[in-house]
Design a protein around this ligand. Structure first.
Ligand SMILES: CC(C)(COP(=O)(O)OP(=O)(O)OC[C@H]1O[C@@H](n2cnc3c(N)ncnc32)[C@H](O)[C@@H]1OP(=O)(O)O)[C@@H](O)C(=O)NCCC(=O)NCCS
Length: 134
């Protein structure tokens, strides 16, 4: 768990209370997916179930050295499989409107921009909600 928290603080702009990670793992382990290489955590995805049909991706990050090697794609595909088992038909997420790489990444995987939220983040930045329907 410590490695995931460390990776989150190195790769994500938003700051999260460390106790949240345990909370997500304990309440919905199906949505807590990690990528490892040589026993080291190099990426993770945390998603939650909002209601019986809807899930939300809260965090997804790959260690800088390992980006553009399909690891994000593998984590996302694993999450899709888990959500299929859970009968989820819709997945949502928020992404910074400036984060062109992540927006492109999610679009490639079938997410569409649904709406814009002003001042969504702690920094005051705006977010897009993106949605994928199965
Ligand atoms: C967004 C992120 C998770 C993508 O992970 P990744 O493992 O590098 O992505 P993949 O290698 O699976 O890439 C899949 C596709 O996404 C797009 N993509 C990924 N990185 C890209 C980049 N640097 N520039 C342009 N497109 C990119 C491409 O379409 C790519 O397909 P291609 O390789 O055929 O061109 C990663 O860049 C990251 O951790 N970013 C920092 C944290 C973050 O922004 N998280 C999302 C916040 S919600």
């Amino acid at each position: 768990m410590f490695s995931v928290i460390k990776l989150a603080s190195e790769t994500l702009t938003e700051r999260y209370n460390p106790s949240l990670f345990n909370y997500f793992y304990e309440t919905f382990p199906e949505g807590f997916i990690v990528a490892e290489k040589a026993h080291k955590i190099i990426g993770f995805l945390i998603g939650v179930k909002i209601n019986p049909e809807l899930a939300k991706i809260l965090m997804l990050a790959i260690s800088k050295l390992y980006r553009k090697q399909n690891i994000g794609t593998e984590l996302l595909n694993q999450f899709f499989k888990e959500m299929f088992i859970e009968n989820i038909i819709r997945i949502e997420l928020e992404v910074r409107i400036k984060n062109k790489i992540a927006i492109k990444f999610y679009q490639k995987h079938g997410f569409k921009i649904k709406e814009k939220h002003r001042k969504f983040y702690q920094s005051g930045e705006d977010a897009y909600t993106m949605i994928k329907e199965f």
